[in-house]
Design a protein around this ligand. Structure first.
Ligand code: T4K
Length: 415
């Protein structure tokens, strides 16, 4: 880091002017949280001694039991990743035709449908919560619609009650992509138990990880049983396949990581919350920069530090990301440009943006800043200073960025 005693970063100190980056090492969004190393290695040793590495082993069974207890849901079916968890849930629910979902999500939500030749129909989002706007759903329902996927974006719950009401009234299946929402609640009840089922991602970049991993949670016994068989090729016992299935199994080493991560969940949340409060302090009052607020009356994991940048106040989001990247702060533009602007959906629905004005706006404005156990308050203070100075001196920063583009040097792309 640059001289920590310096009270603040001034315009000429910025790396876009050729100075040393504020951080000597890259600061990532999504650096994995790692729990107690000795316990993890102990578990891995036991696993090797047992010589049982996958196929519904003892760690996977223990992991499923612990997750179901933690969330307060009858069944947890552990899966190899969140995307396959979505695919299995979609197939087990018998979805076909069209399914309504937000475009403002990770591409996996849409791909899990299209992979099974189900058409994703993109609905706009609420500008405050960035989750699917229930008011937009009704007019997208056609005779081919079979379901709705709500995404609890950034761990903030969808308007579950409104979605449940629509699903009931229109006889549609409702499932939730809760990839971001492990450890979060809606109206005081843990996310994981809503709709027909909910899926989690336990990818390395998630606040709680199993290296790669995911799960489907449900209170429906028959659905859980079906998904268990589907994740194992559809086998019921040896030599007897009763459904089309896939290989969605979680490995023992991933479950060992999950069991270890679970022991540190409270610590991960506390660190994320501390960091969130530090960002709130450091970004306070910067014109055009709004930190997404977490609802403190709900349980949440505080994983995503989401900032909306209003270009009218100074710099655009992309300019700010370039300034930060030059300082080795690898801010991300999740979920730019929106699923509807990525292939194959862009070709299938070339006019989709006309029905997605809020998504379009949010995609242009949002950036996500680093959080997790690898980020501390000193780093956040520095990041805050970079942002404050860049916005305060927007004219000079913009001019400098334009010069570097003219010279063919994208400071943001410096290796
Ligand atoms: N639904 C939603 C709403 C989702 O957000 C996701 C996944 C899914 C479904 C699907 O779940 P999975 O099938 O992935 O379980 C990342 C993650 O790969 C992805 O899991 C996540 N959402 C998405 C929001 O973010 P990228 O493209 O940003 O990953 P990547 O490789 O650029 O990593 C992000 C940063 O983390 C990098 O700066 C480097 C750092 N990193 C990453 C890894 C893997 C590390 O420091 N260490 C690591 O081991 O997608």
């Amino acid at each position: 880091m640059k001289d920590q005693l310096k009270p603040k970063i001034r315009l000429p100190d910025l790396a876009i002017f050729g100075k040393e980056p504020a951080f000597a090492e890259k600061v990532h969004v999504g650096r994995p949280n790692i729990g107690n190393r000795e316990r993890l290695l102990g578990r891995i040793n036991d696993m090797l001694d047992r010589n049982w590495l996958t196929n519904d082993g003892p760690y996977v069974q223990e992991f499923e039991k612990r997750i179901a207890e933690f969330v307060g849901v009858r069944h947890c079916v552990a899966i190899c990743n969140g995307t396959v968890a979505l695919e299995i849930a979609i197939r087990a629910l018998g979805l076909t035709g069209e399914v309504i979902l937000p475009s403002f999500t990770f591409i996996a939500t849409a791909h899990a449908l299209q992979w099974q030749e189900i058409t994703p129909v993109f609905c706009d989002i609420d500008p405050q919560t960035h989750t699917i706007d229930p008011a937009g759903i009704e007019r997208m329902i056609t005779p081919r619609t079979t379901g709705i996927i709500g995404v609890h974006t950034w761990g903030r719950a969808c308007n579950v009650a409104a979605l449940e009401a629509i699903a009931r009234r229109r006889n549609l299946q409702l499932l939730f992509d809760a990839a971001h929402a492990f450890g979060c609640s809606y109206k005081g009840k843990a996310i994981g138990g809503f709709g027909r089922c909910e899926i989690y991602s336990f990818h390395a970049t998630k606040f709680f990880n199993t290296f790669e991993g995911g799960a489907v949670l449900t209170n429906d016994d028959a659905l859980a049983e079906k998904m268990r068989l589907m994740r194992n090729f559809g086998f019921r016992g040896n030599d007897n396949v009763i459904y089309i299935g896939t290989n969605g199994k979680m490995t023992e080493v991933c479950a060992a990581m999950g069991l270890t991560s679970l022991e540190s969940v409270d610590e991960f949340v506390a660190i994320n919350r501390r960091n969130y409060l530090a960002y709130r302090r450091e970004l306070n009052g910067i014109p055009g920069v709004t930190l997404m607020a977490y609802n403190e009356s709900e349980r949440t994991n505080y994983q995503y530090i989401v900032v909306e940048v209003d270009e009218r106040e100074g710099l655009g989001r992309d300019e700010l990301v370039r300034v930060l990247t030059a300082e080795n702060v690898l801010a991300r533009r999740y979920f730019f440009p929106g699923c509807h602007r990525m292939e194959p959906y862009r070709s299938y629905f070339p006019h989709a943006s006309l029905t997605l004005p809020v998504t379009e706006k949010v995609c242009r404005r949002v950036t996500v800043l680093p959080n997790g156990t690898s980020v501390d308050e000193r780093a956040i203070t520095l990041i805050g200073q970079v942002i404050r100075t860049a916005i305060a001196e927007a004219g000079a920063v913009r001019a400098q960025l334009a010069v570097s583009v003219q010279h063919g040097v994208m400071v943001a792309d410096r290796p």
